[in-house]
Design a binder for this molecule. Structure first.
Ligand code: IVH
Length: 669
């Protein structure tokens, strides 16, 4: 084969340099400077040249990221120096001990610390010779690991060639962490699950599994990232870890920008606290911070014991994942009848609290995990506080377990439970089910709704089980049962009075909170607020049709249907009436909008105090409404002033909404 002409050689050289540079800008800096097509064009040109003159091909060419044949078994390579592990600390006290020991050993030299994020991934080591990547390995046991060079070459943020000409930097070793962004991990899992493949438990597992794959082509298709945090350069005197991080960055490695040089341990602790709070805001998982003595000379003085350096330590966050055993699956019935399976766990400490129950979402989730009673399970506490079971440990499954089967009846009232087509959840069909009753009252009393202090789960349970309340309206007649309440175990005079006062005080809560408190399915705080602003009163809302409700942009068909369904129920209407009689706010703060009364007919009756009837009529017409003289079934509202007479009676008879002058004033604004 003819040697490549000089021109081809130069062009290939040029293309490689450009492509490396674009990789760096795209994958490390995340600031691409050319469009993808242009990049592809350059790449194709280089591929063509290399095809024509195979001598041009070199392992560090950007065309060779996904090269190499599948590996049957990875070669073992030695780590020199060994890849150390870190001792763990978990509290301010423990990190204080670390600091004290460091300062003691350093005598009068004061340490600076570098605080870094502790990435929850897989440690890797990269060896460069003559400025090119020649070997990449896993940590293994620290002294030797697997040679996974071909796999690591596929990670586009890892430079195949160093961005330097400095002689002393040509032969170096760089260590860091390979990991996956949570979003990429989820996307990958979704695709796997759709293809009927097994899903990975978390990004760390997915990374570990990927790096051990035999075919680099598959690895190349996986979204693996890396951050470099260590540099060894035999030929050059290095002085500080913090400046090594800078050097790594200059050499073309991705280096995390959140590290901080700290002058004392208090600054380290502040960094730890800040990141514990902010960890969810990162696109990848971290499980703590790493604290390193900055001066390399001091590092040397401090030395290493066993497998961990004395100059660095992991300062971990409270773990958010733990392994425990599934003792049983309970069914919890919510206020709208939803039956949710809940895991009963061997208590385990996770994310700062002891967890013995965790949500299992629904039967599909249980089936997906093939969760069986007796299984070893992973419990996770994510961004939200509710713990969940995120997986099982199949190798620890005891003998004789069986797949979970959903019971046929409600655990609380023994009524039938059913699941509708397309619904993930089962429902208890009995609206009087004590669990539902209790759930509705708890919801009503909840902070976001009527905010009745002292009316939590335990108190509601007592009231319901003692048959003192069967619905939310009953709460407002509890005053007459004070003697019975005081006699209840652990209630006493004072706490009973406090509770009664809190219930009485809740009468002042605004309409939107009452609406939310009613627990209409799909009506959350936001929708309740919008409804309260769009309707004059509970009566107008109760009379609204699905079409009326659709006029409100935030109300979709599901919500509209649910509202109409709620008010169609006699029992619900009765409760609303009783709440109104108890003095709760049942009128909104609807703001006047042009044309807001379009298509509405009003009848006026009685004496108005703040304006004349003419003025009121004028206001109604100005807003698009119509005023007529007699009540019929087509009347939308009767505006009733003082001493209203027969018209009021007639309106009541026909079920026409009656609004007071006060409600009318509020409405018109
Ligand atoms: S330094 C001697 N820095 O934590 C220092 N490690 O047991 C060795 N890790 O295996 C590591 N983020 O996989 C260092 N910013 C960071 C790190 C980090 C994560 C991992 C690494 C190592 C383990 C320590």
């Amino acid at each position: 084969m003819p040697p490549p002409p000089r021109q081809a050689l130069q062009r290939a050289e040029q293309l490689r340099k450009e492509l490396h540079d674009h990789d760096y800008r795209y994958y490390v800096l995340a600031e691409p400077v050319i469009p993808d097509e242009k990049y592809d064009r350059l790449m194709r040109e280089l591929q063509d040249l290399e095809a024509e003159y195979p001598d041009l091909r070199s392992p560090d060419s950007p065309t060779q990221r996904v090269g190499g044949e599948p590996t049957k078994e990875f070669r073992t390579v030695a780590h020199d120096p060994p890849m150390l592990s870190l001792a763990n600390t978990y509290s301010e006290e423990e990190i204080g001990d670390f600091d004290r020991r460091v300062r003691e050993l350093l005598g009068d030299q004061k340490p600076l610390y570098v605080a870094e994020l502790k990435f929850d991934g897989i440690a890797i080591a990269l060896k460069y010779r003559n400025g090119a990547l020649v070997q990449g390995a896993t940590r293994g046991d620290g002294t030797q690991g697997d040679d996974i060079t071909n796999n690591l070459r596929t990670i586009r943020s890892i430079p195949l060639v160093l961005r330097t000409k400095e002689k002393a930097m040509m032969n170096i070793e760089v260590r860091g962490e390979a990991f996956m962004h949570r979003k990429d991990f989820e996307g990958m899992n979704a695709a796997r699950s759709a293809a009927g493949e097994k899903v990975f438990i978390n990004p760390r597992n997915a990374t570990a599994g990927t790096l051990k794959m035999q075919d680099p082509k598959v690895v190349a298709s996986r979204p693996i990232q890396m951050y470099a945090y260590f540099l060894f350069a035999g030929g050059k005197e290095l002085t500080r870890h913090s400046s090594n991080l800078e050097t790594l960055r200059a050499l073309g490695f991705p280096v995390n920008s959140n590290s901080k040089v700290c002058r004392n341990i208090d600054e380290v602790i502040a960094f730890w606290k800040r990141w514990e709070e902010k960890r969810e805001s990162l696109p990848y998982d971290i499980d703590g911070i790493v604290v390193k003595v900055d001066s390399l000379r001091q590092q040397e003085t401090l030395g290493t014991i066993a497998k961990s350096p004395r100059w660095a330590v992991a300062f971990k966050f409270a773990p958010r994942q733990a392994q425990t055993r599934l003792k049983g699956i309970a069914l919890q019935v919510g206020r709208v009848g939803t039956v949710t399976p809940v895991a009963e766990l061997e208590p385990v400490f996770v994310g700062g609290t002891t967890v013995s129950r965790a949500t299992l979402h629904n039967i599909d989730y249980i089936r997906e995990l093939d969760l069986r009673i007796g299984d070893a399970v992973i419990v996770e506490k994510g961004g939200d506080v509710i713990p969940k079971v995120s997986g099982t440990v199949p190798s620890l499954r005891p003998r004789g377990t069986v797949p979970y089967v959903m019971p046929a009846s409600c655990p609380d009232c023994r009524s039938r439970i059913y699941r509708e087509e397309g619904e993930a959840n089962y429902f208890c069909e009995n609206a009087e089910c004590p669990a539902q009753v209790q759930g509705r009252i708890e919801h009503f009393a909840h902070r976001g709704a009527m905010d009745i202090e002292g009316l939590g789960e335990a108190a509601v349970e007592t009231l319901v089980s003692m048959k003192l309340v069967a619905n939310v309206a009953d709460l407002y007649s509890l005053g007459g049962k004070k003697k019975t309440l005081v006699a209840l175990e652990r209630w006493g005079e004072k706490s009973t009075q406090n509770l009664l006062d809190a219930i009485a005080g809740s009468r002042k809560q605004p309409f939107r909170r009452v609406l939310f408190g009613l627990g209409i399915r799909h009506v959350g705080t936001g929708v309740a607020k919008v409804l309260a602003e769009s309707f004059f009163s509970i009566d107008t809302l109760a009379r609204a049709t699905e079409e009326d409700l659709h006029l409100i942009p935030q109300v979709g068909p599901k919500i509209a249907e649910s509202i109409v369904h709620f008010f169609a129920d006699k029992h619900n209407r009765e409760i609303v009436r009783r709440l109104k009689d108890a003095g709760l706010s049942m009128t909104g703060t609807a703001r006047s909008q042009k044309g807001m009364l379009n298509g509405k007919t009003f009848v006026l009756t009685g004496t108005l105090s703040s304006c004349t009837r003419e003025e009121a009529s004028h206001l109604i017409e100005e807003n698009g409404g119509k005023v007529v003289s007699s009540v019929s079934k087509n009347t939308s509202f009767l505006l009733a002033g003082e001493d209203a007479g027969s018209k009021l009676a007639r309106a009541r008879e026909l079920g026409i909404a009656v609004i007071s002058e006060e409600e009318f004033t509020k409405l018109i604004g």
